[in-house]
Design a protein around this ligand. Structure first.
Ligand SMILES: [Zn+2]
Length: 498
């Protein structure tokens, strides 16, 4: 059984006792009770590596059906392909299906907890119910936030306002968020369940008005809710900060609303300046790094080592299916560890350990579940994954943690337990048959196909202007370079606080 506080190369054999959905005892104490007490159901983990369920700390379930549709596209332009508002209203059944498809993929890859920043068009209460029902049926643990924003696209991306009128007129305008705000308040009031927690999800500071950010800050404070937002994902956002915000900083803008603290979790944080990282880390906020998405959308590399040295908590995510294409934290862990290596002095070790920590304990803290998930320790939720040590990547077993981070692809995930319930057994989800899901996914794609083609056609016409604006932002001088895997940072902590 692998625990970050123990031997992570040759983890010891240990019994784990689960009671009422939580870990009751580990090791000798668990073994003693299992002998003493009759009627305890046993799961034989011989030949398996027992690890805590992984935490996918940044994800959006709304575009699962668009996986594999696109090559690398600049982030700002990708939204015109992927965002739900580009498509007609989906049925409740389609919302449920896409949520199931994403969650079953997560579970099959050893992800037991996910953070879903879902966009609900309408806003349609029925669709929220479909999302909740889907998660319940799959058995996944979820921290759910309905994505909200209200500013016009031309105010959120630099140089878009300068595009020809016929392009600007097709961009989403300002929106009235009041219905969505009311729905979110209702949902938060209703509260969560054992497997579902609510959070707030303002899409990004530049996409939200001051009034909306003030509302987020107030509700977060009143209900002690985690706030998830996208910050400095693309280079263009660092340019926008300098062009349109008084202090030249989106982080400073969030600070105006008292939003920087342990309840703030940002996704990406790529194009952040060194002094902003120090401010962010000192405030006890969390970063969720999405390395595969950051490369697919041409955003670059987050300066993860600087974040760590500044005291920020770090989690890992897989982001959307239409930009990262796989809900697979093994990919994220490997990329994170490789980036970590580039950003530390040669010879400094522990990249694999840092990656595994981000995928478990770090991610748990980042989504507000510290002490609940991310480790197999007494009192924690019984969210456990059994990896099959008979897979070729574990022969021979030199270091469990390195072979997980650098060698595991997800094919070794054999059994997945959430809250003490087996949800994946012998690589198959216990409630959803692969054949059925495959047929339903193909049918749903059939209902969407013409619209995808229509959206592609529309975007094709706007593409030259959008690419011009993208290049303009790319040429705007910035004092940092996140296209470098070293993160445009000194290599051994110079410029950081500690
Ligand atoms: Zn995202």
């Amino acid at each position: 059984m692998l625990d970050l506080a123990g031997d992570v190369d040759q983890p010891p054999v240990a019994d784990v006792l689960i009671e009422n959905g939580r870990i009751a005892a580990v090791g000798a104490a668990a073994a003693e009770r299992s002998v003493r007490e009759a009627g305890i159901k046993r799961i034989d983990a011989t030949g398996k590596l027992v690890i805590p369920g992984l935490v996918n700390a940044h994800y959006h379930s709304h575009d699962v059906l668009l996986r594999g549709c696109y090559e690398q596209i600049p982030m700002d332009i990708w939204g015109f392909y992927s965002f739900p508002a580009n498509y007609s209203r989906r049925s409740k059944e389609d919302i449920r299906l896409r949520t199931v498809l994403g969650a079953v993929e997560c579970l099959s890859n050893g992800i037991t907890t996910l953070q879903d920043m879902v966009t609900i068009v309408g806003p349609d209460r029925e669709h929220v119910d479909a999302v909740r029902e889907a998660y319940e049926a799959c058995g996944a643990r979820v921290v759910l936030g309905l994505q909200i924003s209200d500013r016009a696209a031309v105010d959120a991306v630099p140089f878009w306002r300068d595009m020809p009128d016929d392009v600007v007129s097709q961009l989403p305008g300002a929106a009235d968020p009041s219905k969505l705000q009311a729905l979110i308040e209702d949902l938060v009031e209703e509260g969560g369940t054992e497997r579902l927690n609510w959070a707030l999800a303002p899409s990004a500071p530049q996409r939200c008005s001051d009034e909306l950010l003030a509302w987020v800050a107030g509700l977060s404070e009143r209900r002690q809710l985690q706030v998830f937002t996208h910050l400095y994902e693309a280079r263009s956002q660092a340019v926008l900060a300098r062009l349109a915000y008084p202090e030249g900083s989106l982080l400073a803008h969030l600070d105006r609303f008292d939003l920087i603290g342990p309840r703030l979790t940002i996704a990406h944080g790529v194009w952040i300046a060194p002094d902003e990282i120090d401010r962010f880390g000192a405030a006890g906020a969390s970063l969720v790094c999405n390395p595969m998405s950051n490369m697919k959308l041409l955003n670059g590399f987050a300066p993860v080592v600087h974040y760590g040295r500044a005291g920020a908590t770090m989690g890992l995510g897989c982001d959307n299916c239409s930009c990262s294409d796989a809900q697979n934290l093994f990919q994220s862990m490997k990329m994170f560890a490789l980036m970590w290596g580039f950003q530390t002095a040669a010879g400094e070790g522990d990249a694999a350990r840092e990656a595994f920590r981000a995928a478990t304990l770090g991610g748990a803290k980042a989504i507000g579940l510290e002490g609940e998930v991310g480790a197999i320790r007494p009192g924690y939720r019984a969210d456990i994954v059994l990896l099959d040590l008979d897979m070729p990547s574990y022969r021979p077993l030199n270091s469990a943690i390195r072979q997980i981070v650098y060698g595991e692809t997800g094919t070794g995930v054999h059994t997945v337990i959430v809250g003490g319930d087996i949800v994946v057994e012998d690589r198959r989800h216990v409630a959803f048959a692969n054949e059925q899901l495959k047929a339903e996914a193909e049918a749903a794609l059939g209902r969407l196909k013409d619209e995808i083609a229509g959206v592609n056609e529309r975007n094709e016409r706007m593409l030259p202007q959008l690419l011009d604006a993208y290049e303009k932002a790319n040429r705007y001088p910035l004092p940092l370079d996140r296209f470098s895997v070293r993160g445009g940072e000194p290599s051994s902590g110079k410029g950081s606080r500690s």
